[in-house]
Structures are given as C-alpha cells and as structure tokens.
Design a binder for this molecule. Structure first.
Ligand SMILES: [Fe+2]
Length: 254
C-alpha cells in the first residue's frame, strides 16, 4: 500500500494539542514570571527618585569647568537636554498612574513589564534622567581622588586610577553612535567597565552605575566637534571620585 504523506487526523489532533499546550504554558510562563526589581543593596540615591521627577539645579556655575567643558555646553546640556528627559518621563507616567509610585531604579529594572504604550519613553527618558543626574553628581571643579574601599577595589581590578581611566576611555571611544561609558558594580561590589547605547542605564541590568561618561555629541560637539577622546580626557580630569567612593560604600552599608 502506498504510504500517504497527508497528515492523519490523529497526527493533526496531536499536533494541534501540542501547539495549544505550548501556547498555554508559554503564556502562563510570561504571566507568572516575577517582575524584576532593582536589588535593595543598589536602591539608594538616584535609584530612589520618584514621580513627579524634577530637574535639580547644578551645584556649580556653568563655567566652573572651563576650559575643559565649556559653559555653553553645560547650560544647554542641563537646561535643555536633561530637562527634556525629565519632562518626557513625567508625561509618560501621567498616562499610567499605577506606575507613578515606582522608584526610578525599579522603573528601569522592570522595563519589560511596563505597559507597551510607555515602555520606550521610560527607557529613553528614565534612563536619560538617571544617567544625567549621575553625570552632574560625579563631576567637581578640579576633580578628586578615590578613597577607602573604592581605592582598594580600583587597585585590585585596574592596577591604579590610570588603568581605570584607560578602560573608560576605550569603552567611550568604541561606543558607535550615542551612548555612555560606565564604571559599574554588582551587589557584591565587583567593579566592571562597560558601555551602553543611547540612554540605556546599568540599572536595567541590575547593576549600579558608579560613574558615567556621556558620549552623546550634545555633551561635547560645540567645543570638540569630532574629537570625542579629548572631551573624555577633559571629563575624566574633573571626575569626583570622592563622591563615587561614597556611593560605592553605600553598597556595603546595607
Ligand atoms: Fe547628555
């Protein structure tokens, strides 16, 4: 008897039952997956900011970093770019009041569970707000040196501050297009250098951003045009490692 390649009714029934089962369990799996939350050890400072978000004044004058970072760039960067991220983030959450009680860190850590209507806006503007708040916090006229546990951890991981600077500069230089170069740590305080695209934040991956170099052109183009490396050197020269050290200590305090 010639073998038929047409599916038998039994085989069709088995296939459709298997497909239905797969769909049921994959849907159930998605529904039951616990929403990720930023680890408590990393939930302090910027991660704890809440709606309605606001743009803080800078604790220094726009020209405080001349000639390395020019006053006009500082003014535009803070009062227009950062301000737009804050306003856009607030506007998104106005549409979804049930998400207004979440901290900025949790919003970023839970991105994949946010309503699709605001997910991309929160990703870009929540990330933009968190990233820029840290950028201003960890720069100081004249810069400062790492202390305590951070100084020890930098020595262990990078040899010295020069080794860390070189890795941050390399990550900044190799980021294609817009993004950030980061010093991050995990809940055990293990340091790493990485970069992210656009306004993506290390909080999205459950990491603490300790120090970030903004390599969007809006951060340097007026003064440096395409010389990103020169701008990175200028920003690293005013890095406030003492503040970074204090934030790093917070990971071990909880
Ligand atoms: Fe920026």
């Amino acid at each position: 008897m010639k073998k038929s390649y047409l599916p038998s009714r039994r085989r069709m029934l088995q296939t459709s039952l298997a497909g239905a089962g797969f769909l049921f369990f994959s849907t159930l799996g998605r529904a039951m997956r616990p929403a990720s939350t930023l680890p408590p050890k990393l939930s302090f400072g910027i991660a704890n900011l809440k709606y309605p978000f606001k743009l803080d004044d800078l604790p220094y004058a726009h020209d405080a970093f001349e000639p390395g970072i020019d006053a006009k760039t500082m003014e535009i960067h803070h009062s227009r770019h950062h301000n737009a991220y804050v306003n856009n983030l607030n506007a998104a959450l106005e549409k979804e009041p049930s998400w207004q009680s979440y901290s900025l860190g949790d919003l970023l850590a839970k991105l994949d569970t946010l309503p699709s209507s605001i997910r991309t806006t929160v990703r870009n503007n929540g990330g933009g707000h968190a990233n820029h708040a840290l950028y201003w916090e960890t720069m100081r006229p004249g810069g400062s040196s790492p202390t305590g546990e951070l100084a020890n951890a930098i020595e262990r991981k990078f040899g010295d501050l020069g080794g860390l600077r070189a890795e941050l500069k390399s990550a900044a230089g190799s980021r294609f297009g817009s993004g950030w170069s980061w010093l991050v740590c995990d809940t055990d305080g293990i340091l790493a250098v990485r970069s992210t695209a656009n306004q993506d934040s290390p909080y999205m991956d459950g990491q603490l951003p300790l120090f970030g170099i903004d390599v969007w052109e809006h951060a340097y183009y007026l003064k440096y045009q395409n010389r990103r490396g020169d701008y990175v050197d200028a920003y690293l020269d005013v890095a406030d490692w003492a503040t970074v050290s204090k934030n790093y200590d917070s990971v071990f305090a909880s």
